[in-house]
Write a protein that binds this ligand. Structure first.
Ligand code: AMP
Ligand code: MG
Length: 401
């Protein structure tokens, strides 16, 4: 059995980044991965401009408090001022270019205006409240590197240098299906022995958040033939096949045998809870990832293993999640034989510092725990915890989207 860390490494070693690219409009590029870095041709900001509403002045004119200057121009954002001469001030508004001759901005709050004369109470220093041309981005500088996943700030930065398009990797195609004869689709009444298919909704949402193209093959019956047929069509349609259920060792678990029939399996067990059976194999040119059927196990193993694999496969250079130390508000006295990823929720402790609590029912079928939680508490094999000690916490913000 692999450790969770070994499994992750083995998966990342096998994830072949896409090489096909396309040039697309940035308006539709959310979650896509840059295949080519972006270099700026412009300065951001393009010109020296004011960070405050107030007056543009020559600091030489205001060496003492209460200097009085004549207001000779008004410059709003989007306008351009004229040369500022000795003894003059320009009324100026945030974002407006600093006029030639001025070397400082005085905040409106530090002045008073009477007619066309402004009194400056505070002595300004050269450069005060001026945002310099190029202080964010210089022409010729690289602003985003290949492998960057485009999210809000990245798309904003690309827009700030005037870009409308970027070269990105094509979308990864992921085929998914759930196995289980007991599964009923939401919206229909449950027959005896059935349960609703929740993994399909969970995985679909997680995959959508990642920005892959989803081929949803629905539910596949618990037979060898049906599983083989489903994998055969999935391997023709997708780069990666993702399934849930049917990967244990029971007679009703056909996924492993079907993958072995069509290709090969490299990995199939990991020493963790929730989880244990996680299959990685190859069928034709497609990767196969089989996650366990229990809803929490499927969710957790997707986040910890499938997601980093898919991100690397998509061409992203940042694939790993980060964990942070958080104070435990619980005892964990029984050392385990498998690494545990417990559903935890961070609250403010009595001293105002954050501490993590555990959902009382950590069973791998209790999806409520994942909704209640805002991350996973990572307990190593053999680790015990005394309330107040620090534990590793992986926030869902590192694992979802
Ligand atoms: P399996 O891995 O197929 O042995 O399934 C383990 C447990 O997870 C069983 O109790 C299944 O009923 C349940 N399960 C499997 N797939 C799903 C699913 N798509 N939605 C909800 N529960 C599931
Ligand atoms: Mg099953």
């Amino acid at each position: 059995m692999l450790s969770a860390a070994e499994l992750l490494q083995e998966l990342l070693d096998r994830a072949r980044p896409l090489d096909e690219t396309e040039t697309i409009g940035l308006a539709d590029a959310r979650n896509r991965i840059l295949a080519e870095g972006l270099t700026s041709y412009v300065s951001v900001p393009p010109m020296d401009n004011t960070a405050m509403d107030g007056y543009a002045v020559r600091s030489h004119d205001c060496k003492l408090p209460d200097a009085t200057l004549k207001v000779t121009q008004r410059i709003a954002a989007g306008q351009v001022g004229r040369q500022l001469h000795k003894g003059e001030a320009a009324r100026i508004f945030t974002g407006a270019p600093v006029p030639p001759g001025a070397d400082a901005i005085v905040m409106q709050e530090d002045t008073s205006l009477e007619g066309e004369m402004v009194t400056v109470y505070k002595v300004p220093h050269p450069g005060d409240h001026i945002r310099r041309a190029g202080e964010d981005i210089q022409p010729g500088s690289s602003v985003l590197t290949p492998g960057t996943r485009l999210k809000g700030p990245e798309l904003g930065l690309a827009a700030s240098i005037g870009r409308t398009e970027a070269k990105v990797f094509r979308q990864l195609r992921v085929a998914m299906f759930s196995t289980g004869d007991e599964l009923a689709e939401p919206g229909r009444p449950l027959k005896p022995g059935q349960i609703y298919n929740s993994n399909r909704a969970t995985l679909k949402s997680l995959l959508t958040g990642l920005g892959v193209e989803i081929v949803d093959l629905g539910v596949v019956a618990d037979t060898r033939d049906a599983t083989i047929k489903a994998i055969e069509s999935a391997m023709r349609l997708a780069d990666v096949i993702l399934t849930t259920g049917g990967v244990s060792v029971g007679e009703e678990d056909h996924v492993k045998a079907a993958v072995e029939e069509l290709g090969h399996i490299d990995i199939w067990k990991v020493a963790m809870k929730p989880g244990k059976p996680v299959v990685y194999g190859r069928v034709g040119d497609a990767d196969f990832i089989g996650l366990p059927g229990n809803p929490v196990s499927a969710f957790v193993t997707f986040c910890l293993f499938a997601r980093p694999f898919l991100l690397k496969r998509m061409g992203a250079n940042q694939t790993l999640y980060r964990a942070y130390p958080v104070r435990a508000a619980f005892d964990w006295s029984k050392p385990g034989k498998r690494r545990e990823f417990l559903r935890g929720h961070v609250v403010k402790g009595r001293d105002g510092v954050g501490e993590v609590r555990l959902y009382p029912n950590q069973s791998s079928g209790v999806l409520t725990s994942a909704v209640w939680a805002d991350g996973l508490v990572d307990i190593e094999i053999g680790q015990t915890v005394i309330c107040g000690e620090s534990v590793r916490f992986i926030p869902f913000s590192e694992l979802v989207d």
